[in-house]
Design a protein around this ligand. Structure first.
Ligand SMILES: [Zn+2]
Length: 264
């Protein structure tokens, strides 16, 4: 962002310099028009700094490499989640590669407070495999908890789900034992404890990224927990059977963004 601002400023000042150039009117006929066109191109580039290119610079997911991580005290992240709420669980279009099973929560069921700002839990959904990676490693399943502030800023948490055990995750099983198998099919799940789907320790990686499905909007605040929660093999296989072609976006370039690690 700093580099972009710098470019923007330097284009601006170049444009300004061209405008005041006293030599302009003394150029041979025909040249001034070209020159004005040249100046206008710079002016347009300065005012509209290639929206498309900018839109692609801060995308998610990313591979979190420890060499790129800054350990720095970060603002406290406080979760206030309901221990008994209702979910509307929807299949958004299996087996489409950008679809998932989404659990929509009731208004007020959960929020995250960060730097005196509240982000309200809207829904959570799953990707196979997990979308983020740590040191090049993914888990077979990832869960995204999507929060939104009143100014529409998004904060999304990724929780890694590790399979390989016979122990069923009892809370997630309220969703997984009867996953809506067909597109647009929905189920209501009652008495769901949202606290049970967060990792016990709240250490996190944090960075600024984007939505991982169209329209890939940027300005999304990402929180990635290194601690995993466990699901059973059968729970994993049940989800994967609905999305045989997987439903995760490929890793995106970091492009010099900062990743922070917070112990709390
Ligand atoms: Zn997602």
């Amino acid at each position: 962002m700093c580099e972009m601002s710098h470019d923007w400023m330097s284009h601006r000042s170049e444009t300004h310099a061209f405008h005041v150039s006293p030599g302009c009117e003394r150029l041979p006929s025909g040249v001034p028009k070209l020159f004005i066109l040249f100046v206008m191109t710079f002016a347009v580039a300065a005012v509209f700094p290639t929206q498309h290119a900018l839109a692609q610079l801060s995308q998610s997911p990313i591979d979190i490499r420890l060499k790129n991580v800054t350990a720095e005290l970060q603002p406290l992240l406080t979760f206030t989640y309901s221990s008994s709420t209702e979910l509307n669980v929807v299949n958004t279009g299996s087996p489409d590669e950008e679809s998932t099973v989404r659990a929509v929560v009731l208004p007020g069921a959960g929020k995250v407070r960060l730097s005196n700002k509240d982000y309200f839990l809207k829904q959570f959904h799953f990707h196979t495999p997990s979308e983020h990676q740590i040191q090049g490693h993914e888990t077979p399943l990832g869960m995204h908890l999507v929060h939104q502030a009143t100014d529409n800023e998004l904060l999304v948490c990724e929780v890694f789900l590790q399979a390989g055990s016979k122990v069923v995750h009892t809370e997630l099983d309220k969703i997984f034992r009867d996953l809506p198998a067909n597109a647009q099919e929905a189920r209501v799940v009652a008495g769901f404890n949202l606290n049970k789907i967060l990792p016990y320790r709240r250490a996190s990686f944090r960075y600024m990224g984007s939505l991982t499905t169209a329209p890939y909007t940027e300005g999304v605040r990402w929180i990635v927990f290194p601690d995993r929660i466990r699901v059973s093999d059968s729970q994993l296989q049940h989800f994967k059977s609905l999305f045989p072609n997987e439903d995760s976006r490929e890793i995106q370039p970091l492009n010099g963004r900062k990743i922070y690690f917070s112990y709390r």
